[in-house]
Design a protein around this ligand. Structure first.
Ligand code: GTP
Ligand code: MG
Length: 208
């Protein structure tokens, strides 16, 4: 699952792996990972929380015109991603994940199929307050044959379900990882990415 070594770092960079602008010389491989999910599930927040570089985001103010075609989201959300989010995270100083967040609106699904090209897997963010809203993204991942893990972004008023109940409700395969995270919290968000990477290694080992 690991592609060629990528290092644009000066080897004398004293910063610990993953904490700076440049990759360190310990980096052995890189993977493109999608972060997908419905409108307002927390994709931009998630990438902003874990990224070791200033994340790229393409936010636009949501207008009444959009309200006619987009899913309604909670009060307080005023912007939405219109192209992509981009961030970078290094695991164990060795594996660099290039994270591409997709726009959440249904009408942008064709665009994120293009974003999926060359990616090794996806983290599907889910909001248990509206599980149905996740079906489009999960369906597309299955259609693309992209292995994925599910990360439930837990909001204060989120209903709590067991992983098995969620697997049944979302019609997931038994080995699809289901983890909980808070997209605002780097530690829990990194754990979700590690669950995905472990799954990708498992899938790659099984199919080789
Ligand atoms: N309470 C709480 N709020 C969150 C959490 N994650 C995101 N938010 C808030 O929910 C809103 C939506 O988050 P975004 O990161 O913009 O969601 P998105 O999935 O990128 O949305 P689109 O790009 O429009 O599809 C923001 O106002 C966040 O601050 C969370 O885990 N808990
Ligand atoms: Mg966004």
């Amino acid at each position: 699952m690991v592609s060629k070594a990528a290092s644009d770092a000066p080897s004398r960079d004293p910063r610990p792996a993953g904490s700076g602008k440049y990759l360190t010389s310990s980096v052995a491989g890189a993977a493109k990972i999608l972060v997908v999910g419905p409108l307002g599930v927390g994709k931009t927040t998630f990438i902003g929380a874990v990224s070791e570089i200033k994340p790229l985001s393409t936010e636009a103010v949501m207008t009444q015109a959009g309200a006619r075609v987009d899913t309604v989201v909670a009060d307080g959300k005023t912007t939405t991603t219109v192209a992509l989010d981009f961030g970078r995270m290094t695991i164990d100083g060795e594996l660099v994940l290039y994270l591409f967040g997709t726009p959440g609106q249904q009408r942008f699904l064709p665009a994120w199929r293009d974003l999926a090209k060359g990616s090794l897997g996806a983290l599907a963010l889910v909001d248990t307050r509206d599980l149905e809203a996740s079906f489009d993204a999960l369906g597309n991942l299955e259609e693309l044959g992209l292995p994925f893990a599910v990360a439930v972004n837990v909001f204060p008023d989120s209903p709590r379900h067991s992983a098995d109940d969620l697997r049944a409700a979302l019609d997931l395969l038994p080995d699809t990882p289901v983890v909980a995270c808070d997209a605002r919290d780097p530690a829990s968000s990194v754990r979700a990415l590690i669950a995905l990477v472990s799954h990708l290694i498992h899938v790659a080992t099984e199919t080789s």
